[in-house]
Write a protein that binds this ligand. Structure first.
Ligand SMILES: [Mn+2]
Length: 427
């Protein structure tokens, strides 16, 4: 059901003449600025983005959901869909699992399937934001922060169980996002809720193997609308410091209030060596799950500019960052949206790579605000899409991944095999 290399090659052949012309022009333009296209291609190729299992089904809101059809019904089918995305763009070589929906039943078979697609498991994500059937203690009033010890115990045990599933599949990252918080003033003792959360995280951390990383995600509101226990990067950072050296902050682009300066947050965390994970999506108002870079491309560029700046600075002691798309799109075909998100991410990364850092540093030293901004604008307005297409093509992917997905009828094939009303498990 997935696409064949020959179908991709045939599609690329049709686009090759125009693509080669555009790429040569860009490579020459970059060379004039002292940039080597080959080096940039290698960097773009090395940038791999994890796809979460929950993004493969059509998203929705509490008002309704309008499935595309042919959604993956099992972990195996989710792996196949990520395998398809990776075959098309060679930039999505891992999948994030969500427990309890993605519990591997036949570990050997799952590993074989992953290997067949050239995929690995990126991270395991716990879920204590809703109750599962027959669960003894409810998370209605929180999980790791809960006032009752037995509820906290259950939530800690769930996270430890997630690590055990991850170990079976050679994952090394546990992502913790907590829905814990309060909906009404006075409901929580803020300090005690924080202390209980910290203690629970320490217990989980101590149960993890020493080569594992814990990522602690924050979110300012929703599902609790008065106060979240971990609403911001500062709280996440403080918890990570208390938990241990392998606990790091995870930045999710949608988990910020409008107009928050996310690029500055990124720079701070890199400076402190605590930026461990990154979730891509786009937003207008809140956690909207829009396509990455769809509404505020310049903001995404400024964020990537800080990421690249930090990654290239030898003085910055930060772990490798785990990149993942965290979106659950309404309206669009989920596979097409993920392909589009990857393209936007790679394009923005490429733009950040061509920023003239020496010129920028000089302008900053000279307090020349105009010159500094012009350096950024020059990179942002350079059309680097041929560079991304060439990187993907050289790795065996498609010059136009969405074009191949459509031309090859890959959604229709999924609907034929899985059914029009097949609904993805999970969120
Ligand atoms: Mn997230």
């Amino acid at each position: 059901m997935n696409v064949s290399p020959s179908a991709i090659a045939a599609h690329n052949d049709r686009l090759a003449a125009a693509h080669d012309r555009h790429f040569r022009f860009l490579a020459d333009t970059l060379a004039e600025k002292g940039l080597d296209a080959g080096t940039l291609l290698d960097k773009i190729n090395a940038f791999q983005i994890a796809i979460p299992s929950w993004a493969l089904g059509t998203g929705g809101t509490r008002f309704g959901r309008f499935p595309t059809g042919g959604e993956p019904r099992t972990l195996e089918e989710k792996i196949d869909d990520v395998g398809l995305i990776h075959a098309l763009n060679r930039s999505a070589n891992s999948i994030s699992l969500h427990i309890p929906w993605d519990i591997p039943r036949d570990v050997a078979a799952i590993k074989q399937r992953l290997a067949g697609h050239g995929l690995t498991i990126d991270s395991v994500n716990s879920n204590t934001f809703q109750d599962q059937k027959n669960q003894p203690h409810s998370y209605k009033f929180g999980s790791l922060c809960h006032t009752q010890a037995e509820t906290r115990r259950q939530a800690v045990d769930h996270n430890v169980e997630c690590v055990a599933y991850g170990k079976q599949l050679d994952a090394k990252v546990l992502t913790v996002w907590l829905a814990d918080g309060s909906n009404f003033p006075g409901q929580h003792d803020f300090r005690r809720a924080y202390d209980r959360t910290q203690q629970s995280l320490i217990e989980i951390y101590e149960a993890m193997p020493s080569d594992w990383t814990m990522l602690v995600e924050y979110k300012p509101y929703e599902p609790n609308f008065y106060a979240m226990v971990i609403p911001d990067w500062g709280t996440s950072y403080a918890l990570c410091q208390a938990v241990g050296q392998n606990a790091h902050v995870l930045v999710d682009l949608g988990h910020h209030l409008p107009n928050t300066n996310i690029e500055q947050i990124v720079a701070r965390l890199l400076h402190f060596g605590r930026l461990g994970g990154f979730h891509f999506n786009g937003s207008m108002y809140g956690d909207d799950d829009l396509t990455t870079g769809s509404t505020k491309p310049f903001q995404l560029f400024l964020i990537f500019n800080e990421l690249v700046s930090g990654m290239q600075d030898a003085a910055v002691q930060n772990p490798d960052i785990a990149w993942m798309i965290d979106a659950s799109h309404n309206t669009k075909d989920p596979v097409e949206d993920l392909l589009q998100s990857c393209q936007n991410i790679l394009t923005t990364y490429a733009r950040a790579l061509i920023v003239d850092r020496r010129k920028l540093a000089q302008a900053q030293e000279d307090n020349d605000a105009v010159a500094a901004e012009e350096v950024l604008r020059d990179a942002f307005f350079t059309d680097v899409r041929p560079l991304v297409a060439e990187a993907v093509r050289r790795a065996g992917g498609a010059i136009d991944p969405i074009g191949v997905f459509r031309a090859d009828g890959l959604r229709e094939k999924r609907i034929a095999e899985r059914g029009r009303f097949a609904v993805a498990t999970g969120l």
